[in-house]
Design a protein around this ligand. Sequence first.
Ligand code: SAM
Length: 290
Amino acid sequence: AGVDVASPKRTKDIIARYGFTFKKSLGQNFLIDQNILRNIVSAAELDETKGALEIGPGIGALTQKLAEAAGRVAAVEIDNRLIPILTDVLADTPNVHVVHGDVLKLDLAKLLREQFAGLSGVSVVANLPYYVTTPILMKLLEEKLPLEHIVVMIQKEVAQRMAAKPGGKEYGSLSVAVQYYCVPELVCIVPHTVFIPQPNVDSAVIKLSLRDKPAVEVEDEAHFFQTVQACFAQRRKTIANNLTAYVGKVNREKLGPLLEGIGIDPSRRGETLSLEEFAALSRALLAADL
Ligand code: SAM
């Protein structure tokens, strides 16, 4: 491999040589710190039998390291101005395939089949554009892609919400959605100073290890997630109040006995319910045709 991209000097050199200008609207904050890269790559548990899907390679700082650690890398970049830079920077790394496209619009199942056939597992490893973190992660999870881990740099508050346990103010529908599919682990908190340009928010690396099967058994996933959304609709309200808005006033008198039947106090708030309790609630609502 060539010279490390992730240093302040080399990053500035590349940017100057190609006359590249950062687009804030694309969440372009490039990593310039080798230590952070090592933390990200080691969390992903890669070896030459594994594939890595990178979202948003930028000028290739992380891509280089993934190419060393994994058998094969596919990197999806939306900004066409970065494609020639990536081609040059990654000229000595034949196991990297750069795809020009919007990750939200790509057929990722097809990409994984085409790029990683014969490997023993694939993980997503990325320093994500923060303006689309949640849509990207929800796409990866809802499409049930055959992934081992998702190791991503994201906004610190979002990472904390994903990993939050019931009972705190950080726990919400995002925590439930992520924990339904994955076991989350906060890898490290990252200072602003390791990026060019520096973002206005704090960052963190989170590792999501995909479960073999969802954390709880539900009859109807869409209904389960609707129930969760409904319970968090107005965070300060009790689940009885939030659910009344959801099932309609005509059905409100059914709610008390229904909640009692599954051992959930109607005066609790959504933020105190575990995944098991949300699953029980969804099953009970379905059984009552609600
Ligand atoms: N991986 C590089 C690094 O760590 O230095 C760059 C990370 S930067 C935070 C995010 C990258 O994602 C940018 O290169 C940006 O152009 C790209 N990007 C933004 N939106 C995207 C999308 N919808 N699909 C693919 N790439 C995207």
